[in-house]
Design a binder for this molecule. Structure first.
Ligand code: AMO
Length: 429
Protein backbone atom coordinates (compact mmCIF):
# COMPACT_ATOMS: atom_id res chain seq x y z
CA UNK A 1 0.00 0.00 0.00
CA UNK A 2 1.50 3.32 -1.02
CA UNK A 3 -0.81 5.43 1.13
CA UNK A 4 -2.40 4.79 4.52
CA UNK A 5 -4.06 8.21 4.85
CA UNK A 6 -4.89 11.36 2.97
CA UNK A 7 -3.44 14.58 4.39
CA UNK A 8 -6.84 15.81 5.53
CA UNK A 9 -7.55 12.69 7.59
CA UNK A 10 -4.93 13.56 10.22
CA UNK A 11 -6.44 14.59 13.58
CA UNK A 12 -5.64 14.69 17.32
CA UNK A 13 -5.44 10.90 17.56
CA UNK A 14 -2.55 10.82 15.08
CA UNK A 15 0.01 12.66 17.23
CA UNK A 16 3.10 10.47 17.53
CA UNK A 17 1.65 7.82 15.21
CA UNK A 18 3.17 6.51 12.03
CA UNK A 19 1.35 6.96 8.71
CA UNK A 20 2.12 6.77 5.01
CA UNK A 21 1.16 9.60 2.69
CA UNK A 22 1.61 9.91 -1.06
CA UNK A 23 1.27 12.65 -3.63
CA UNK A 24 3.02 15.41 -5.56
CA UNK A 25 5.93 17.55 -4.32
CA UNK A 26 4.43 21.01 -4.57
CA UNK A 27 7.20 23.02 -2.98
CA UNK A 28 10.58 22.56 -1.29
CA UNK A 29 12.17 25.04 1.08
CA UNK A 30 15.70 23.95 1.96
CA UNK A 31 17.28 25.88 4.84
CA UNK A 32 20.44 23.77 4.98
CA UNK A 33 19.98 21.73 8.14
CA UNK A 34 16.20 21.53 7.82
CA UNK A 35 13.87 21.40 4.84
CA UNK A 36 10.14 21.87 4.44
CA UNK A 37 8.45 19.93 1.69
CA UNK A 38 4.81 20.54 0.80
CA UNK A 39 3.16 17.32 -0.31
CA UNK A 40 -0.13 17.66 -2.18
CA UNK A 41 -2.66 14.84 -2.42
CA UNK A 42 -6.24 14.80 -3.65
CA UNK A 43 -7.68 16.01 -0.39
CA UNK A 44 -5.19 18.68 0.64
CA UNK A 45 -1.61 19.39 1.65
CA UNK A 46 0.82 18.32 4.35
CA UNK A 47 4.20 19.66 5.38
CA UNK A 48 7.03 17.17 5.59
CA UNK A 49 9.77 18.43 7.86
CA UNK A 50 13.12 16.78 7.15
CA UNK A 51 16.10 17.25 9.43
CA UNK A 52 19.48 16.63 7.80
CA UNK A 53 21.39 15.23 10.74
CA UNK A 54 18.65 12.70 11.53
CA UNK A 55 18.78 11.04 8.12
CA UNK A 56 21.29 12.63 5.70
CA UNK A 57 20.49 10.26 2.79
CA UNK A 58 16.75 10.78 2.90
CA UNK A 59 17.28 14.54 3.32
CA UNK A 60 19.49 14.72 0.25
CA UNK A 61 17.06 12.70 -1.85
CA UNK A 62 14.07 14.80 -0.78
CA UNK A 63 15.56 18.25 -1.37
CA UNK A 64 16.92 17.34 -4.77
CA UNK A 65 13.51 16.30 -6.16
CA UNK A 66 12.10 18.47 -8.95
CA UNK A 67 8.75 20.05 -8.16
CA UNK A 68 5.68 17.93 -9.06
CA UNK A 69 7.54 14.64 -8.65
CA UNK A 70 5.45 11.90 -7.06
CA UNK A 71 6.51 10.38 -3.75
CA UNK A 72 5.30 8.21 -0.89
CA UNK A 73 6.55 9.03 2.58
CA UNK A 74 6.32 7.08 5.80
CA UNK A 75 6.76 9.08 8.95
CA UNK A 76 5.54 10.24 12.34
CA UNK A 77 2.73 12.76 12.67
CA UNK A 78 3.54 15.68 14.87
CA UNK A 79 1.30 18.43 16.08
CA UNK A 80 2.77 21.87 15.35
CA UNK A 81 0.66 25.00 15.66
CA UNK A 82 3.11 26.93 13.51
CA UNK A 83 2.70 24.95 10.30
CA UNK A 84 -0.06 24.80 7.75
CA UNK A 85 -3.05 22.73 9.00
CA UNK A 86 -1.34 22.35 12.42
CA UNK A 87 0.43 19.10 11.47
CA UNK A 88 3.74 18.02 10.07
CA UNK A 89 5.22 14.68 9.15
CA UNK A 90 8.69 13.67 10.31
CA UNK A 91 9.86 11.37 7.50
CA UNK A 92 11.42 7.97 8.13
CA UNK A 93 11.20 6.37 4.71
CA UNK A 94 10.93 7.85 1.23
CA UNK A 95 9.85 6.20 -1.98
CA UNK A 96 10.29 8.17 -5.18
CA UNK A 97 7.52 7.01 -7.51
CA UNK A 98 8.00 9.36 -10.46
CA UNK A 99 10.46 12.16 -11.14
CA UNK A 100 8.98 15.18 -12.92
CA UNK A 101 10.88 16.60 -15.89
CA UNK A 102 11.98 20.21 -15.82
CA UNK A 103 10.96 22.83 -16.66
CA UNK A 104 7.24 22.25 -16.12
CA UNK A 105 5.08 23.38 -19.06
CA UNK A 106 3.15 25.48 -16.55
CA UNK A 107 3.23 26.00 -12.79
CA UNK A 108 0.73 24.69 -10.30
CA UNK A 109 0.97 27.22 -7.47
CA UNK A 110 2.63 30.14 -9.24
CA UNK A 111 0.59 33.29 -9.23
CA UNK A 112 1.55 34.20 -12.82
CA UNK A 113 -1.41 34.13 -15.17
CA UNK A 114 -1.10 31.44 -17.79
CA UNK A 115 -3.19 31.88 -20.95
CA UNK A 116 -6.17 29.60 -21.44
CA UNK A 117 -4.69 27.73 -24.42
CA UNK A 118 -1.58 26.81 -22.43
CA UNK A 119 -3.82 25.61 -19.63
CA UNK A 120 -5.87 23.47 -22.01
CA UNK A 121 -2.78 22.14 -23.78
CA UNK A 122 -1.51 21.00 -20.39
CA UNK A 123 -4.86 20.14 -18.85
CA UNK A 124 -3.41 17.36 -16.66
CA UNK A 125 -1.35 19.98 -14.84
CA UNK A 126 -4.06 22.64 -14.97
CA UNK A 127 -6.32 20.19 -13.12
CA UNK A 128 -3.80 20.03 -10.27
CA UNK A 129 -4.66 23.68 -9.54
CA UNK A 130 -7.23 24.01 -6.78
CA UNK A 131 -9.45 26.44 -8.69
CA UNK A 132 -9.63 24.22 -11.76
CA UNK A 133 -10.21 21.08 -9.74
CA UNK A 134 -13.00 22.84 -7.81
CA UNK A 135 -15.04 23.24 -11.02
CA UNK A 136 -14.95 19.50 -11.65
CA UNK A 137 -15.74 18.58 -8.06
CA UNK A 138 -18.83 20.78 -8.35
CA UNK A 139 -19.61 19.23 -11.74
CA UNK A 140 -19.41 15.83 -10.04
CA UNK A 141 -21.87 16.99 -7.35
CA UNK A 142 -24.25 18.49 -9.90
CA UNK A 143 -24.52 15.27 -11.86
CA UNK A 144 -24.65 13.15 -8.73
CA UNK A 145 -27.49 15.10 -7.15
CA UNK A 146 -29.47 16.00 -10.27
CA UNK A 147 -29.60 12.30 -11.14
CA UNK A 148 -30.32 11.38 -7.51
CA UNK A 149 -33.34 13.67 -7.75
CA UNK A 150 -34.45 12.02 -10.99
CA UNK A 151 -34.01 8.51 -9.57
CA UNK A 152 -36.08 9.52 -6.55
CA UNK A 153 -38.79 10.65 -8.96
CA UNK A 154 -38.85 7.27 -10.69
CA UNK A 155 -36.63 8.01 -13.71
CA UNK A 156 -34.65 5.06 -15.10
CA UNK A 157 -31.12 5.64 -16.43
CA UNK A 158 -30.71 4.68 -20.08
CA UNK A 159 -27.92 4.80 -22.65
CA UNK A 160 -28.84 5.34 -26.29
CA UNK A 161 -26.65 5.07 -29.42
CA UNK A 162 -24.23 7.81 -30.32
CA UNK A 163 -23.85 6.71 -33.95
CA UNK A 164 -27.03 6.88 -36.04
CA UNK A 165 -28.34 6.86 -39.56
CA UNK A 166 -30.34 10.13 -39.35
CA UNK A 167 -30.03 13.52 -37.66
CA UNK A 168 -32.37 14.39 -34.77
CA UNK A 169 -32.26 18.15 -34.47
CA UNK A 170 -32.28 18.83 -38.21
CA UNK A 171 -29.94 21.15 -40.02
CA UNK A 172 -26.55 20.36 -41.41
CA UNK A 173 -24.79 20.53 -38.09
CA UNK A 174 -23.88 16.86 -37.95
CA UNK A 175 -20.54 15.07 -37.92
CA UNK A 176 -20.48 12.44 -40.61
CA UNK A 177 -18.71 9.14 -39.94
CA UNK A 178 -17.85 6.30 -42.25
CA UNK A 179 -19.76 3.28 -40.94
CA UNK A 180 -18.32 0.32 -42.86
CA UNK A 181 -18.77 2.18 -46.12
CA UNK A 182 -22.19 3.62 -45.21
CA UNK A 183 -22.86 7.23 -44.18
CA UNK A 184 -23.64 7.60 -40.49
CA UNK A 185 -23.71 10.51 -38.05
CA UNK A 186 -22.73 11.27 -34.49
CA UNK A 187 -25.94 12.07 -32.61
CA UNK A 188 -26.85 15.69 -31.96
CA UNK A 189 -28.87 14.53 -28.93
CA UNK A 190 -30.73 11.41 -27.72
CA UNK A 191 -34.02 13.02 -28.81
CA UNK A 192 -35.34 10.34 -31.16
CA UNK A 193 -34.32 7.45 -28.92
CA UNK A 194 -35.68 8.88 -25.68
CA UNK A 195 -39.02 9.46 -27.42
CA UNK A 196 -39.03 5.92 -28.82
CA UNK A 197 -38.50 4.69 -25.25
CA UNK A 198 -41.82 6.28 -24.29
CA UNK A 199 -43.50 3.55 -26.35
CA UNK A 200 -41.97 0.84 -24.14
CA UNK A 201 -43.67 1.35 -20.79
CA UNK A 202 -40.49 2.66 -19.10
CA UNK A 203 -42.51 5.87 -18.51
CA UNK A 204 -39.63 7.98 -17.18
CA UNK A 205 -36.06 7.85 -18.45
CA UNK A 206 -32.92 9.97 -18.15
CA UNK A 207 -29.52 9.90 -19.76
CA UNK A 208 -26.23 11.67 -19.23
CA UNK A 209 -26.03 12.41 -22.92
CA UNK A 210 -23.33 13.42 -25.35
CA UNK A 211 -24.26 16.02 -27.97
CA UNK A 212 -22.13 16.23 -31.10
CA UNK A 213 -22.81 19.35 -33.11
CA UNK A 214 -20.81 20.51 -36.08
CA UNK A 215 -21.76 24.14 -35.43
CA UNK A 216 -19.37 26.45 -37.20
CA UNK A 217 -19.50 29.30 -34.72
CA UNK A 218 -16.77 29.71 -32.20
CA UNK A 219 -18.27 31.33 -29.10
CA UNK A 220 -17.74 31.27 -25.34
CA UNK A 221 -21.02 29.33 -24.88
CA UNK A 222 -20.83 26.64 -27.59
CA UNK A 223 -18.93 23.38 -27.71
CA UNK A 224 -18.87 20.91 -30.58
CA UNK A 225 -19.00 18.08 -28.08
CA UNK A 226 -21.06 18.81 -24.99
CA UNK A 227 -22.90 16.88 -22.29
CA UNK A 228 -26.47 17.14 -21.06
CA UNK A 229 -28.98 15.63 -18.70
CA UNK A 230 -31.77 14.47 -20.98
CA UNK A 231 -35.10 13.31 -19.64
CA UNK A 232 -38.32 12.05 -21.17
CA UNK A 233 -41.55 11.31 -19.29
CA UNK A 234 -44.82 9.76 -20.41
CA UNK A 235 -48.44 10.23 -19.35
CA UNK A 236 -48.09 13.97 -18.88
CA UNK A 237 -51.02 16.30 -19.39
CA UNK A 238 -48.92 19.29 -20.42
CA UNK A 239 -45.40 20.76 -20.62
CA UNK A 240 -45.77 22.28 -17.13
CA UNK A 241 -45.20 18.83 -15.62
CA UNK A 242 -41.84 18.65 -17.39
CA UNK A 243 -40.93 22.17 -16.31
CA UNK A 244 -41.58 21.30 -12.69
CA UNK A 245 -39.06 18.47 -12.92
CA UNK A 246 -36.50 20.87 -14.43
CA UNK A 247 -36.87 23.51 -11.72
CA UNK A 248 -37.06 21.08 -8.80
CA UNK A 249 -34.03 19.17 -10.09
CA UNK A 250 -32.09 22.44 -10.35
CA UNK A 251 -32.98 23.53 -6.83
CA UNK A 252 -32.22 20.11 -5.37
CA UNK A 253 -28.77 20.09 -6.96
CA UNK A 254 -27.98 23.70 -5.99
CA UNK A 255 -28.94 23.03 -2.36
CA UNK A 256 -26.70 19.93 -2.27
CA UNK A 257 -23.80 21.82 -3.83
CA UNK A 258 -24.22 24.50 -1.14
CA UNK A 259 -24.19 21.80 1.54
CA UNK A 260 -21.22 19.83 0.23
CA UNK A 261 -19.02 22.12 -1.83
CA UNK A 262 -18.52 25.18 0.37
CA UNK A 263 -14.73 24.77 0.12
CA UNK A 264 -14.82 24.68 -3.69
CA UNK A 265 -17.29 27.58 -3.94
CA UNK A 266 -14.98 29.61 -1.74
CA UNK A 267 -11.98 28.76 -3.94
CA UNK A 268 -13.94 30.05 -6.92
CA UNK A 269 -15.22 33.07 -5.02
CA UNK A 270 -18.83 32.20 -5.71
CA UNK A 271 -21.81 32.96 -3.51
CA UNK A 272 -25.10 31.28 -4.32
CA UNK A 273 -28.61 31.52 -2.91
CA UNK A 274 -31.10 28.73 -3.50
CA UNK A 275 -33.66 30.21 -5.90
CA UNK A 276 -37.29 30.11 -4.81
CA UNK A 277 -39.79 27.82 -6.49
CA UNK A 278 -41.60 27.99 -8.82
CA UNK A 279 -39.35 29.86 -11.24
CA UNK A 280 -41.18 32.65 -13.08
CA UNK A 281 -42.70 31.78 -16.47
CA UNK A 282 -42.47 34.44 -19.14
CA UNK A 283 -44.46 33.95 -22.32
CA UNK A 284 -42.73 34.54 -25.62
CA UNK A 285 -45.35 37.24 -26.41
CA UNK A 286 -44.31 39.13 -23.26
CA UNK A 287 -40.66 38.79 -24.29
CA UNK A 288 -41.53 40.38 -27.64
CA UNK A 289 -43.20 43.32 -25.87
CA UNK A 290 -40.18 43.85 -23.62
CA UNK A 291 -37.67 43.63 -26.48
CA UNK A 292 -39.65 45.81 -28.90
CA UNK A 293 -39.31 48.72 -26.47
CA UNK A 294 -35.57 48.71 -27.12
CA UNK A 295 -34.72 46.89 -30.34
CA UNK A 296 -36.12 45.88 -33.67
CA UNK A 297 -37.60 42.46 -32.93
CA UNK A 298 -40.47 40.77 -34.75
CA UNK A 299 -42.86 38.11 -33.48
CA UNK A 300 -41.45 34.84 -34.75
CA UNK A 301 -37.78 35.84 -34.45
CA UNK A 302 -35.44 33.56 -32.55
CA UNK A 303 -33.89 34.73 -29.30
CA UNK A 304 -30.15 35.15 -29.78
CA UNK A 305 -27.45 36.05 -27.27
CA UNK A 306 -28.17 39.81 -27.49
CA UNK A 307 -31.90 39.35 -27.00
CA UNK A 308 -31.37 36.99 -24.07
CA UNK A 309 -29.01 39.45 -22.39
CA UNK A 310 -31.40 42.33 -22.91
CA UNK A 311 -34.30 40.33 -21.49
CA UNK A 312 -32.24 39.36 -18.43
CA UNK A 313 -31.86 43.08 -17.60
CA UNK A 314 -35.64 43.36 -17.36
CA UNK A 315 -36.18 40.31 -15.18
CA UNK A 316 -35.47 40.33 -11.46
CA UNK A 317 -34.66 36.63 -11.29
CA UNK A 318 -31.60 34.57 -12.16
CA UNK A 319 -33.55 31.49 -13.25
CA UNK A 320 -36.74 31.73 -15.30
CA UNK A 321 -38.59 29.97 -18.08
CA UNK A 322 -39.60 31.34 -21.44
CA UNK A 323 -42.59 29.44 -22.81
CA UNK A 324 -45.23 29.42 -25.53
CA UNK A 325 -42.78 29.96 -28.37
CA UNK A 326 -43.96 30.42 -31.95
CA UNK A 327 -44.28 26.94 -33.44
CA UNK A 328 -41.84 27.76 -36.23
CA UNK A 329 -38.98 28.48 -33.82
CA UNK A 330 -39.11 24.99 -32.29
CA UNK A 331 -38.20 21.53 -33.66
CA UNK A 332 -40.71 19.32 -35.51
CA UNK A 333 -41.40 17.11 -32.49
CA UNK A 334 -42.77 19.93 -30.28
CA UNK A 335 -46.52 19.75 -29.65
CA UNK A 336 -48.40 22.58 -31.40
CA UNK A 337 -50.91 24.70 -29.52
CA UNK A 338 -52.44 26.92 -32.19
CA UNK A 339 -49.64 29.11 -33.50
CA UNK A 340 -47.54 28.28 -30.44
CA UNK A 341 -45.46 25.28 -29.41
CA UNK A 342 -45.83 23.65 -26.00
CA UNK A 343 -42.13 24.28 -25.58
CA UNK A 344 -39.93 26.08 -23.09
CA UNK A 345 -36.40 27.26 -22.47
CA UNK A 346 -34.85 27.53 -19.02
CA UNK A 347 -32.74 30.68 -18.76
CA UNK A 348 -30.00 31.24 -16.18
CA UNK A 349 -28.55 34.74 -15.89
CA UNK A 350 -29.56 35.50 -19.46
CA UNK A 351 -28.43 32.27 -21.13
CA UNK A 352 -30.43 29.22 -22.20
CA UNK A 353 -29.30 26.24 -20.13
CA UNK A 354 -32.10 23.82 -21.02
CA UNK A 355 -34.92 23.44 -23.47
CA UNK A 356 -37.83 21.06 -23.65
CA UNK A 357 -41.40 20.49 -24.69
CA UNK A 358 -44.44 18.34 -24.72
CA UNK A 359 -44.07 16.28 -27.91
CA UNK A 360 -46.43 15.25 -30.63
CA UNK A 361 -47.44 11.66 -29.79
CA UNK A 362 -50.05 11.14 -32.51
CA UNK A 363 -48.57 9.40 -35.57
CA UNK A 364 -50.70 11.21 -38.19
CA UNK A 365 -50.13 14.59 -36.65
CA UNK A 366 -46.38 13.97 -36.50
CA UNK A 367 -46.16 12.89 -40.13
CA UNK A 368 -48.27 15.91 -41.18
CA UNK A 369 -45.97 18.25 -39.25
CA UNK A 370 -42.82 16.71 -40.72
CA UNK A 371 -44.27 17.01 -44.22
CA UNK A 372 -45.19 20.65 -43.60
CA UNK A 373 -41.57 21.28 -42.69
CA UNK A 374 -40.38 19.54 -45.85
CA UNK A 375 -38.65 16.73 -43.99
CA UNK A 376 -38.03 13.40 -45.70
CA UNK A 377 -40.00 10.99 -43.53
CA UNK A 378 -38.25 8.00 -45.07
CA UNK A 379 -35.20 8.97 -43.03
CA UNK A 380 -37.27 8.64 -39.86
CA UNK A 381 -38.87 5.26 -40.46
CA UNK A 382 -37.65 3.64 -37.24
CA UNK A 383 -38.59 6.65 -35.12
CA UNK A 384 -42.06 6.94 -36.67
CA UNK A 385 -42.76 3.23 -36.26
CA UNK A 386 -42.70 3.68 -32.49
CA UNK A 387 -45.68 6.05 -32.77
CA UNK A 388 -47.91 3.56 -34.59
CA UNK A 389 -48.46 0.86 -31.99
CA UNK A 390 -49.38 2.67 -28.79
CA UNK A 391 -47.55 5.88 -27.80
CA UNK A 392 -48.64 7.78 -24.69
CA UNK A 393 -48.52 11.59 -24.40
CA UNK A 394 -45.00 12.58 -23.34
CA UNK A 395 -42.45 15.34 -23.01
CA UNK A 396 -38.94 16.02 -21.79
CA UNK A 397 -35.95 18.30 -21.80
CA UNK A 398 -32.26 18.53 -22.59
CA UNK A 399 -30.26 20.32 -19.89
CA UNK A 400 -26.74 21.49 -20.78
CA UNK A 401 -24.33 20.48 -18.01
CA UNK A 402 -21.56 22.87 -19.05
CA UNK A 403 -24.04 25.72 -19.57
CA UNK A 404 -25.44 25.25 -16.06
CA UNK A 405 -21.98 25.18 -14.45
CA UNK A 406 -20.81 28.18 -16.43
CA UNK A 407 -23.68 30.23 -15.01
CA UNK A 408 -23.63 28.79 -11.50
CA UNK A 409 -19.91 29.54 -11.14
CA UNK A 410 -19.91 32.79 -13.15
CA UNK A 411 -17.31 31.47 -15.58
CA UNK A 412 -16.68 33.43 -18.75
CA UNK A 413 -15.92 30.50 -21.02
CA UNK A 414 -17.87 27.25 -21.35
CA UNK A 415 -14.57 25.42 -22.02
CA UNK A 416 -13.76 25.81 -18.29
CA UNK A 417 -16.55 23.33 -17.53
CA UNK A 418 -15.49 20.34 -19.62
CA UNK A 419 -12.25 18.39 -19.13
CA UNK A 420 -10.99 18.31 -22.71
CA UNK A 421 -13.03 20.76 -24.79
CA UNK A 422 -13.78 20.17 -28.44
CA UNK A 423 -14.27 23.31 -30.50
CA UNK A 424 -13.58 24.54 -34.03
CA UNK A 425 -9.85 24.63 -33.38
CA UNK A 426 -9.34 22.09 -30.67
CA UNK A 427 -9.21 18.38 -31.30
CA UNK A 428 -6.35 17.79 -28.87
CA UNK A 429 -5.56 16.77 -26.19
P1 AMO B 1 -31.24 22.01 -27.57
O1 AMO B 1 -30.65 21.93 -28.92
O2 AMO B 1 -31.83 23.33 -27.15
O3 AMO B 1 -32.42 20.96 -27.39
O4 AMO B 1 -30.17 21.57 -26.50
C1 AMO B 1 -30.51 21.43 -25.13
C2 AMO B 1 -29.49 22.12 -24.25
O5 AMO B 1 -28.19 21.59 -24.49
C3 AMO B 1 -27.21 22.59 -24.39
N1 AMO B 1 -26.49 22.70 -25.66
C4 AMO B 1 -25.20 23.06 -25.80
N2 AMO B 1 -24.26 23.37 -24.91
C5 AMO B 1 -23.04 23.70 -25.35
N3 AMO B 1 -22.69 23.72 -26.65
C6 AMO B 1 -23.59 23.42 -27.61
N4 AMO B 1 -23.24 23.44 -28.88
C7 AMO B 1 -24.93 23.05 -27.19
N5 AMO B 1 -26.05 22.70 -27.83
C8 AMO B 1 -26.98 22.49 -26.89
C9 AMO B 1 -27.94 23.87 -24.05
C10 AMO B 1 -29.34 23.60 -24.53
O6 AMO B 1 -30.31 24.34 -23.83
N6 AMO B 1 -33.56 17.59 -28.06
C11 AMO B 1 -33.66 18.92 -27.47
C12 AMO B 1 -33.97 18.86 -26.00
C13 AMO B 1 -35.34 18.35 -25.67
O7 AMO B 1 -36.33 18.94 -26.18
O8 AMO B 1 -35.45 17.38 -24.91
C14 AMO B 1 -32.34 19.63 -27.70
O9 AMO B 1 -31.33 19.07 -28.05
O10 AMO B 1 -27.94 24.03 -22.65
Amino acid sequence: MLRSHYSKEINEEFHGKEIKVAGWVEDIRNLGGIAFIILRDREGKLQITAIKKENPDLFKKLVSLPRESVIAVEGICQKNEKVMNGWELLPKKLEVLSIASTPLPMGVIDKVNVDFDTRLDNRFIDLRKEETKAIFLIRHSFIKYATEFLRNKGFIEVHTPKITASSSEGGTEVFKVDYFGKDAYLVQSPQLYKQMLMATGFDRVFEIAWYFRAEEHDTSRHLNESTAIDIEMAFISDEEEVMRIAEEMTNYAIQKILDENSKELEKLNVEIDTPSLPYPRIKYDEVVEILQKEIDFKWGDDLGTDEENLLAKHVDYELYFIKDFPLETKPFYAMPNGKYARAFDLEYKGMEIASGAQRIHDYDMLVKRMNELGMNINNFEDYLKAFKYGMPPHGGFGYGIERFLMRLLNLKNIRECILFPRDRKRLRP
